[in-house]
Design a protein around this ligand. Structure first.
Ligand SMILES: *Cc1c(COP(=O)(O)O)cnc(C)c1O
Length: 228
């Protein structure tokens, strides 16, 4: 059966509602980011018309083009790897950046934001499963790293942590990862109580991620359809 974005949104919303109920959390504490990388402007406009106004992009050039062409009240999240030569574009067009993973990137972004005269909501990406193929700060370094950024880069409004855990791990390994994420967030909050956000969960694991405490879900294909 054909399913449009409206039907998929209503299915996802029910699942979010059920997971929040199970976790005894309020739905107000969850922000849904529609991951629109490699999706057309038509798809974004259709989702926007349904009330979605947070979108996530992985490529700086694509973010720039879309943010110029789309409604101005969209909140753009940059969630992809940050290349040094694209930092000016990200500073200009994103409202949130989820993928800060090196001091150099933080410094350059802070400088670019100074030039733009704006601030950005920032999350630090943590490589929780210590995978060689993934970027991110090692978990044991994350709290010190955020403290450093907080002390030196005033244009980054530090909001918390971002994770991309292994999605096809065994059930036990996933439980172990969840526990590590919860512990890490606790130790961060004890030093920086404002870092309340947790960007965790994609199409395949957003319900579990709500149980882990996610506040920002990054959902792509199960909401907007297959990427071209
Ligand atoms: C593409 C992407 C997503 C969305 O993945 P889906 O499987 O389409 O939901 C979420 N987070 C990041 C960092 C991504 O690159």
């Amino acid at each position: 059966m054909f399913q449009g974005i409206a039907e998929r949104l209503s299915e996802i919303s029910s699942k979010i509602q059920a997971a929040c109920h199970q976790a005894q959390r309020s739905e107000d504490g969850i922000r849904l980011v529609a991951v629109s990388k490699l999706q057309s402007m038509d798809v974004i406009n259709e989702a926007y018309a349904l009330g979605i106004n947070n979108f996530g992009e992985n490529y700086a050039q694509e973010l720039a083009e879309k943010s110029l062409a789309c409604p101005k009240d969209i909140i753009w999240h940059f969630i992809g790897p940050i290349q040094s030569n694209k930092i000016n574009l990200i500073a200009k067009h994103a409202n949130w950046v989820h993928s800060i993973d090196r001091e150099k990137v933080a410094r350059k972004l802070n400088d670019a934001l100074e030039t733009e005269g704006k601030k950005i909501h920032a999350l630090v990406q943590v490589n929780i499963d210590r995978e060689e193929s993934k970027s991110g700060i090692l978990p044991e370094e994350a709290v010190d790293f955020i403290n450093e950024l907080n002390a030196h880069y005033p244009n980054l409004i530090l909001e918390g942590l971002m994770f991309m855990p292994k999605i096809n791990a065994s059930k036990n390994a996933k439980m172990d990862t969840m526990k590590k994420i919860i512990d890490l967030q606790k130790s961060l909050l004890s030093e920086l109580p404002g870092c309340t956000h947790l960007s965790l969960g994609t199409s395949s694991d957003f319900e579990e991620s709500i149980l882990t405490g996610s506040t920002i879900l990054r959902i792509g294909e199960s909401l907007l359809g297959k990427r071209s």
